[in-house]
Design a protein around this ligand. Structure first.
Ligand code: NAD
Ligand code: UDP
Ligand code: UDP
Length: 325
């Protein structure tokens, strides 16, 4: 308990980031270290990589632990960010039972840890809790439209159950919880083969391959650059205990997949053409966050428009594709 005791008297905190070697987690770890905190990164490397955290490995304030959050974890920290969970449909459907276990059993374990330490815990929830939404844009008070037995359910229902656990630990045990619902986020460190639309389109454009549009391409998504999101995470963690969320974080700019493909082709200068493929089952038709609550509660807003964020992401993937040869 010594670390926790000492750090209570300073602004330097010891922070646990589960899923810290993943796309968003690696940016969060870097930002926390930049701000002078100590980071314990816990990851089972299912989708995360050492490369994502390579620049942090030699840092005195960074510690890496290979661990699966479906097993108990006894460590001493001041704050917990719970990000461990595969996030792209291709990855979370690869082993759907493990996906639900990670969301649900992982949440129980991290909440048990938070309860023992009396530490605030932030949950990386998702816009998928709204499913294929009939309310547009999505507000936090909307309960969603989710298929409980489809191929996306392991993720959607797992994340919904995790939210239930967070609110029950808050009501039953008084744990300070912070639930944020993340809308589609993109940026460097996305996995090149995770099948998500931004990484797919960029990698296809850079390789001169056809760009795969699922369905007619009229479905919409709203894309947030990772730096904006990470700022929102930290603003949420800094709120008083009575602020529990859920709070949407995302960029309200809404684009069809056809529009996204055109922008990626233009920014990469690619000669790629569009190829239509079948729309996956239960693919949401539209998605855009209402971020009024984040603006009011956190003073948070997005600062990086899609084109600007795509340029940075394309730069990153140019390096990845070049290394592949
Ligand atoms: P990611 O796949 O890059 O990161 C997830 C990380 O969790 C990986 O490093 C992975 O190895 C790790 N992990 C998976 N199962 C684990 C387990 N059982 N134990 C320990 N570690 C485990 O995905 P991401 O995009 O960085 O997503 C991070 C979090 O944000 C996830 O919880 C995801 O559901 C949520 N989220 C992301 C988005 C988005 O657009 N990127 C949108 C909504 C929600
Ligand atoms: N747990 C953990 N680390 C801790 C404390 C608890 O991983 O520091 C796990 C442990 O597996 C436990 C779960 O969290 O089963 C839930 O803990 P809680 O105290 O809520 O319940 P209980 O211990 O009664 O199961
Ligand atoms: N999509 C697409 N081509 C691709 C990958 C995805 O048209 O190569 C579509 C997909 O059908 C969905 C949208 O892009 O409508 C966003 O997909 P992603 O998997 O990135 O995120 P999610 O569906 O979880 O929001």
């Amino acid at each position: 308990m010594a670390t926790q005791h000492i750090s209570r008297y300073s602004t330097r905190k010891r922070v646990l980031v589960t899923g810290g070697a993943g796309f968003i987690g690696s940016h969060l770890c870097a930002r926390l270290i930049e701000q002078g905190h100590e980071v314990l990164c816990v990851d089972n490397f299912f989708t995360g990589t050492r490369a994502n955290i390579a620049p942090l490995l030699d840092h005195d304030s960074f510690e890496l632990m290979r661990h699966d959050v479906t097993f108990p974890l006894y460590v001493e920290v001041d704050e917990i960010y719970n990000l461990a969970c595969p996030a792209s449909p291709v990855h979370y459907q690869f082993d759907p039972v493990q996906t639900t276990k990670t969301s649900v059993v992982g949440a129980v374990n991290m909440l048990g840890l938070a309860k023992r330490l009396r530490a605030p815990i932030l949950q990386a929830s998702t816009s998928e809790v709204y499913g294929d939404p009939s309310v547009h844009p999505q507000v936090e008070s909307y309960w969603g439209n989710v298929n409980p037995i489809g191929p996306r359910s392991c993720y959607d229902e797992g994340k919904r159950c995790a939210e239930t656990l967070f609110f029950d630990y808050n009501r039953q045990h008084g744990i300070p919880i912070k639930v944020i619902r993340i809308f589609n986020t993109y940026g460097p460190h996305m996995h090149p083969n995770d099948g998500r639309v931004v990484s797919n389109f960029i990698v296809q454009a850079l390789r001169g391959q056809d760009i795969t549009i699922y369905g007619d391409g009229q479905q919409t998504r709203s894309f947030c650059y990772v730096d904006d999101l990470v700022r929102g995470f930290m603003a949420m963690m800094a709120t008083p205990n009575e602020v529990t969320g859920p709070i949407n974080l995302g960029n309200p700019g809404e684009f069809t997949m056809l529009e996204l493909a055109q922008i990626v082709i233009e920014l990469t200068g690619s000669t790629s053409r569009l190829e239509h493929r079948p729309l996956p089952q239960d693919d949401p038709k539209q998605r855009r966050p209402d971020i009024s609550k984040a603006k009011e509660t956190l003073g948070w807003d997005v600062t990086i428009p899609l084109r600007e964020g795509l340029v940075k992401t394309i730069d990153y993937f140019r390096g990845v594709v070049a290394r592949e040869g």
